[in-house]
Design a protein around this ligand. Structure first.
Ligand SMILES: Cc1ncc(COP(=O)(O)O)c(C=O)c1O
Length: 453
C-alpha cells in the first residue's frame, strides 16, 4: 500500500473485535480521563501520512492529527530513518537540566533541538528556550518567568474559552469547560476577559461585536476595550505594573477553534506596547505551521514576549528573549526537561522538515481549499451553523452538541477520525503535507455523515 493511492478500507465494523478487546482491557486500569473512541492503532502496521491501520486490519483516515501532535503524519520517512539510526543505548531519558549528551553519528541532540527552536523563532529575536515535558509545563514555566520578571502584583489575564493545560497553574488560566476546574483550587489573581472572535460588520461596513471586549466606560462615556478600562490611569482599578502577563491563544484550540478578529489583536498589541505588559502566545496547539504560518501569532502582528510550544514539537518549550528568563540558578528546572533523547530527535526533525519544506504554505493552500468546501457544506446542511479556521486548524459548528457527537460517530463508522472541540464544534487537523486527494476523501465522508444525521 502507498499513500498516493491509499483509501479508507474497512474489513470489520468499527471498532473491530481486537480493538474492542484492547479498549476493554485498558478501561479496567486507566483512570477515567477524556472519552476516547475505539480506534486502536496497530503499532508497526502500515501507516503513512493521514492513513493508519488498526489492530483489526482496517485502514482509517486520521484527521485528528493526534490533536496536533502528529504534524507530519504517520511514519514520515525522515523521522523513521532518524529513529533507525539510533544505536541501542540506555537510558533514553536523562536529567537534562543537570547533564549534557551528544550523539556520535550526526543525530540531533537536545542541544541541537534548542538551537533549532531559536532558529524557528528568529522572527521574534528570541535567544533562550527552556524545555519541559508537556504543554502545561511550558505554560507553568512561562507564567513563572513573568512573575519573576514583573514581581509586584502578580496578576494574570486570561480569556473566556481559553485552554492551557491541566496542572493547577495552567488550569487556573482555563476557561473552556467546567469539568476541568470543578472542585480544584486555583492560583489567585487571574482576571478573565472576553476573547473577541466575531468578525461582524454592520450595514455600513463598520466592525462591531457584542462579546464584551469593548465597553462604554461609565466615567468617560468613551468606548474602549476592557483592558484599557482596567489599566488607564484615572479610569481603571489595576496598576499596569501589577499585571504579570496576558496569556493568549492566537487561535483558541479546545475553546472551539476560534480565530481572533483583527481589531481585537490590534488592541492587544497596543496594550502590550503602551503598558509594557508581557504577552505569552500559547502555541501548544496552533504552532509549527498548522495555521499557515510557522507560528499562529504571526497572523496578528504581535511580537509575543514568550511562546509556549509542545504537541507537534514532542516536548514542552518556553521560548523568549534572554531578559524574560530568571538568571539565578534553580528558579526554573525539570528532571526530564531537555533530557529526552528520542523526542529531541523527533522534535528536531519535525522542525527541520516543516521549515525546509515551508509546510505552512501547504497548510494555507490546502486549508483554504478545505475551508471553502466546509463552508459549502455549512450552507447545504441546516444542522451546521458555520465553518471557520486558519490554515489546517479548521472546525465546523453544529447547532446542537448531540448532532456533533453523532457526526463524530458517523465519521468513525465510515473510517474517518475526527474530534470535537468547544461545546458543539468539531475540528480537523490533517497532516501539514495533506494533499487535495486526501482532503477530498475526507470531504466525501463528511458529506455522507452529515446526510446520515
Ligand atoms: C493551547 C494549549 N495549551 C496547553 C495545552 C496543554 O498541553 P499538554 O496536554 O501537553 O499539557 C494544550 C493541550 O491541549 C493546548 O491546546
Amino acid at each position: 500500500m502507498n499513500r498516493d493511492t491509499a483509501d479508507i478500507s474497512l474489513k470489520t465494523q468499527l471498532p473491530g473485535a481486537k480493538a474492542a478487546a484492547l479498549v476493554a482491557r485498558d478501561k479496567k486500569v486507566q483512570a477515567k480521563a477524556t472519552d476516547c473512541y475505539g480506534f486502536v492503532r496497530a503499532l508497526g502496521g502500515w501507516a503513512e501520512g493521514p492513513f493508519c491501520t488498526d489492530v483489526d486490519g482496517n485502514v482509517l483516515l486520521d484527521f485528528t492529527g493526534q490533536i496536533g501532535c502528529n504534524p507530519l503524519g504517520y511514519n514520515h520517512p525522515e523521522i523513521t530513518l532518524a529513529l533507525e539510526k539510533m544505536s541501542h543505548t540506555s537510558p533514553v531519558k536523562f536529567a537534562g537540566t543537570d547533564f549534557y549528551a551528544e550523539w556520535q553519528n550526526g543525530l540531533p541532540s537536545p542541544t541541537d533541538l534548542k538551537e533549532k527552536i531559536i532558529e524557528a523563532t528568529s522572527m521574534f529575536g528570541y535567544e533562550k528556550v527552556f524545555l519541559s515535558n508537556s504543554g502545561a509545563e511550558a505554560v507553568e514555566n512561562a507564567i513563572k518567568c513573568c512573575y519573576a520578571k514583573r514581581g509586584k502584583g502578580g496578576i494574570g489575564i486570561n480569556f473566556k474559552g481559553a485552554f492551557h493545560g491541566r496542572t493547577l497553574g495552567a488550569l487556573s488560566l482555563n476557561y473552556s469547560k467546567r469539568n476541568h476546574k470543578k472542585g480544584y483550587p486555583m492560583i489567585p489573581n487571574v482576571v478573565t476577559i472576553p476573547y473577541c472572535g466575531a468578525e461582524e460588520k454592520d450595514m455600513n461596513g463598520l466592525h462591531h461585536c457584542n462579546c464584551g471586549f469593548n465597553v462604554r466606560d461609565k466615567k468617560t462615556g468613551e468606548v474602549m476595550s476592557v483592558l484599557e478600562q482596567m489599566l488607564r490611569k484615572g479610569v481603571g482599578v489595576y496598576d499596569p505594573e501589577d499585571i504579570a502577563y496576558i496569556m493568549f491563544e492566537p487561535v483558541q484550540g479546545e475553546g472551539g477553534y476560534i480565530v481572533p478578529n483583527e481589531h481585537f489583536v490590534a488592541e492587544l498589541k497596543r496594550i502590550q506596547q503602551t503598558y509594557g505588559i508581557p504577552i505569552i502566545a500559547d502555541e501548544v496547539q496552533s504552532g509549527l505551521g498548522r495555521t499557515g504560518k510557522l507560528w499562529a501569532i504571526e497572523h496578528t502582528g504581535i511580537v509575543p514576549d514568550l511562546i509556549t510550544s509542545a504537541k507537534a514539537l514532542q516536548v514542552g518549550a518556553t521560548i523568549g528573549k534572554a531578559d524574560m528568563f530568571p538568571t539565578e540558578a534553580a528558579r526554573i528546572s525539570s528532571t526530564w526537561g531537555g533530557g529526552d533523547i528520542i523526542n529531541s530527535i523527533i522534535g528536531y526533525k519535525t522542525l527541520e522538515v516543516v521549515m525546509r519544506d515551508r509546510l505552512w504554505e501547504n497548510a494555507e493552500r490546502m486549508g483554504n481549499y478545505f475551508l471553502n468546501k466546509l463552508n459549502d457544506l455549512a450552507a447545504k446542511y441546516y444542522c451546521l451553523d458555520g465553518a471557520r479556521g486558519r490554515g489546517l486548524m479548521d472546525a465546523i459548528e453544529f447547532d446542537k452538541q448531540a448532532d456533533r457527537d453523532k457526526f463524530e460517530a458517523e465519521c468513525f463508522n465510515r473510517g474517518l477520525m475526527v474530534i470535537g472541540c468547544g461545546y458543539k464544534a468539531l475540528r480537523f487537523l490533517p497532516p501539514l503535507d495533506v494533499t487535495q486527494r486526501e482532503l477530498d476523501i475526507a470531504l466525501n465522508v463528511i458529506d455522507d455523515a452529515l446526510k446520515a444525521i
